[in-house]
Design a protein around this ligand. Structure first.
Ligand code: ZN
Ligand code: FE
Length: 251
């Protein structure tokens, strides 16, 4: 495999990722610099690029220390005013990263101006706090419709995409998902796998997009069986998504 993805646990439940490729090394999000720099050094890597998904401190706090190690900082032009100083201001669409295309996807909802990064050659999506394992980020700035449209874009990616999301919230997400779709067999299987992994002290991130499509209630708001389970037969997709998000906020 040409690309390798290294998962770096940070703070209490955050993740940064290192994308190691033939043409260079990118770090995705910087919750804190220490563990990321330690892992880079252990692998004999230097950071060429730091990609930022959104402006929250638990995704950018380590940016200046990584810049000092040589990383150019890339982030959304639309959010440049509240991100660390950007060397490259990104607009939605494709850019070149070390000779392969990186797709910048606008995924407002958790924040407005949040972006996700899809790297086709690595088969990886770096989703920050938009799509999460069996969940999605809370709507701090965006509307339910913005988040639903954002998640639909991510859902269009191939099933074998590795979803590198920002937090280890999966077990709580799983408990909530079961309240929405208690009879979904894929969900029941996955909830057991997740419980087993956590018992063994393993991280449940990254996850596979194909699994998310079958088990993540936030990607499934337009399905008749989910509408029915929410007592919202025939309702508008966005309304169902909003109801699921609201139920999770109150969970
Ligand atoms: Zn956030
Ligand atoms: Fe976060």
């Amino acid at each position: 495999m040409t690309y390798e993805i290294l998962t770096v646990p940070c703070l209490t439940d955050n993740f940064a990722f290192i994308l190691k490729g033939p043409g260079g090394t990118a770090v995705i999000d910087a919750p804190e610099a220490g563990p990321i720099i330690a892992r880079l050094e252990a692998e004999g890597l230097t950071p060429d690029v730091l990609l930022l998904t959104h402006h929250h401190d638990d995704h950018i706090a380590g940016a200046e220390e990584l810049r000092a190690k040589g990383a150019k900082v890339w982030g959304a032009k639309a959010d440049a005013h509240r991100l660390p100083k950007l060397d490259v201001e990104l607009e939605p669409g494709k850019v070149d990263l070390f000779g392969d295309p990186l797709t910048v996807i606008e995924v407002s909802g958790h924040t407005v101006g949040h972006v996700a990064f899809y790297h086709e050659a690595a088969g990886a999506l770096f989703s920050g706090d938009s799509l999460m394992a069996m969940g999605c980020g809370r709507l701090f700035e965006g509307t339910p419709d913005q988040m639903w449209q954002s998640l639909r874009k991510l859902r269009d990616l191939p099933d074998d995409t590795t979803v590198c999301s920002g937090h280890e919230y999966t077990q709580n997400n799983a408990r909530f998902a079961l309240t929405v779709e208690p009879t979904n067999p894929f969900l029941n299987d996955r909830v057991q796998q997740i419980a087993q992994m956590r018992t063994e002290g393993k991280w449940t991130v990254p996850s596979m997009l194909g699994e998310e499509k079958k088990t993540n209630p936030f990607l499934r708001a337009d399905l008749p069986e989910v509408k029915s389970a929410m007592g919202m037969d025939g309702a508008d997709d966005t309304e169902v998504f909003a109801a699921i998000r609201k139920a999770k906020d109150d969970f």
